[in-house]
Write a protein that binds this ligand. Structure first.
Ligand SMILES: O=P(O)(O)OC[C@H]1O[C@](O)(CO)[C@@H](O)[C@@H]1O
Length: 450
């Protein structure tokens, strides 16, 4: 029995029964490219074995650093963007719930965790600075290069606040740098200022890095169980190393996506019925979008939060352009449950639900939505995890990582690079007047003024 339940029964109307077995040969070839390193981008496959081969010493150091942060700080500011942000934020929300930061410290397992450096908004940074106020805080700056504009600016500003509060020596002991082992501006600064450092491994791209120190330190700062997280991923790595599509739901998911894509279903909506999974979709969007959207092809990764968005996107999903398919991430047993209460007056007519649990109502909503969308021409896949534990999250992360690698090879692209991300950076640098970008700057300014 697979730990994750993958339900593909609601694509049957759209996929002929021959089609999946016909994909086996291609999936076997993609599996070989991935496992034997013969596919494009093979230098970035270290996430494959990471859950069992990670550096144990560094892992212990992360736990000790998290303990120190929990002792000497009320807030941890995590600075990073893209893969240096999304995994940590997704996991912190998933494991701790929507109101984690607003709970009193007696109800929290760890410190408040806030994220900076993932936009260029001055207002956001000012609000975040006000949120910290005079309270004790530490910084985890996460950047492979150390020169990415958004986190670098946030780091400058927040480091200044830290130094002002504690003086340079103590500030340096409150900065944790997660960066390249040897190279880059942040590594240089960390060495000079003696920050405690953690390594972003060379063979793991940003979007695959949540189970490296990139994700692990922020997650540990909330008091979550890192061992269980890694155990889930490591068990998934074993379960999803099988090539047979009938035995491997992660590969089946990849194959079905490819079948649907070839039929014109070019947008995938990842959906949830639990608000603490909202950021999971954001993490998933980077994983899918950066891995697959290249060479003028790829499924467009989008998301919706249910039942919330049934009252906004629901109309489009039901009756709009028929190029959508849905992947629901479902939690079998969410951490809490409530019963619908009795109301004598029953003005809202809800007494027929009295005594029914809210999770049951949510389940019926899911079933109703799947059938309605199916009738409306939308294929639906469901990925169900048993609960919201660290173990389940580790399992789920690995499910999607291995699936997108196979999916990328099936679609004939390199799933591990992201050349397109540079285009906006070059233009922004040129418009900001960064030395070396003068010629481009002139051309762009001419275009802007046309
Ligand atoms: O970690 P860095 O160097 O600041 O880069 C930030 C992110 O930008 C990317 O290079 C592209 O989105 C990611 O791979 C990376 O996680």
């Amino acid at each position: 029995m697979s730990y994750i339940k993958f339900d593909d029964s609601k694509v049957k109307k759209f996929v002929h029964e021959n089609e999946l077995p016909e994909m086996q040969a291609l999936v076997t070839a993609a599996d070989q490219e991935l496992r034997q390193g013969t596919g494009a981008g093979s230098d970035f496959r270290d996430w494959l074995d990471l859950p069992s081969t990670y550096d144990q010493d560094e892992f212990s150091r992360i736990q000790r650093a998290a303990e120190k942060i929990r002792k000497d700080s009320e807030v941890l500011v995590v600075i990073g963007i893209g893969g240096s942000y999304l995994g940590a934020k997704m996991a912190v929300d998933f494991l701790n719930g929507t109101f984690y930061n607003t709970q009193p410290s007696s109800k929290r397992r760890g410190v408040q965790v806030v994220f900076a450096g993932n936009s260029l908004s001055a207002s956001y940074l000012q609000e975040l600075t006000d949120f910290i106020g005079d309270r004790d805080f530490s910084i985890n700056i996460i950047s492979k290069s150390g020169t990415t504009t958004e986190p670098s600016i946030a780091f400058r500003l927040l480091k200044a606040k830290l130094i002002k509060k504690y003086g340079e020596n103590e500030a340096n002991q409150r900065i944790y740098a997660t960066t390249d082992a040897k190279h880059g501006a942040l590594r240089q600064e960390a060495t000079a200022s003696q920050y405690e450092t953690f390594v972003i491994p060379d063979g793991v791209g940003g979007r695959y890095s949540v189970l490296t120190p990139v994700g692990l330190l922020p997650i540990a700062a909330t008091g979550a169980d890192l061992n269980q997280l890694m155990k889930g991923a490591s068990d998934a790595a074993k379960a999803y190393a099988v090539t047979d599509l009938k035995e491997n739901p992660a590969y089946r998911y990849a194959a079905l996506r490819n079948i649907l894509y070839r039929k014109g279903y070019s947008t995938e909506l990842v959906e949830n019925y639990e608000p603490n999974l909202r950021m999971f979709a954001e993490w998933w969007k980077q994983l899918m979008g950066e891995s697959e959207g290249k060479d003028q092809k790829g499924i467009y990764p989008s998301s919706a939060n249910f039942t919330t968005d049934l009252h906004s996107l629901g109309q489009y999903i039901q009756e709009g352009l028929r190029d959508l398919f849905e992947t629901v991430i479902k939690v079998k047993e969410p951490p809490y449950n409530l019963d619908v209460p009795m109301d004598e007056k029953n003005l809202d007519g809800l007494n027929y639900l009295q005594g029914m649990s809210l999770n049951e109502v949510n389940e019926r909503a899911y079933e109703g939505v799947v059938l309605a969308h199916n009738d409306g021409g939308v294929p639906v896949l469901t990925v169900e995890i048993p609960d919201e534990s660290e173990y389940s999250l580790g399992y789920l992360i690995y499910f999607f990582e291995v699936a997108v690698a196979i999916s990328g090879y099936l679609n004939g692209i390199n799933p591990f690079n992201q050349p397109g991300v540079e285009a906006y950076k070059k233009n922004m640098f040129a418009l900001l007047g960064k030395p070396g970008y003068e010629e481009l700057g002139q051309r762009l300014n001419r275009e802007l003024n046309q």
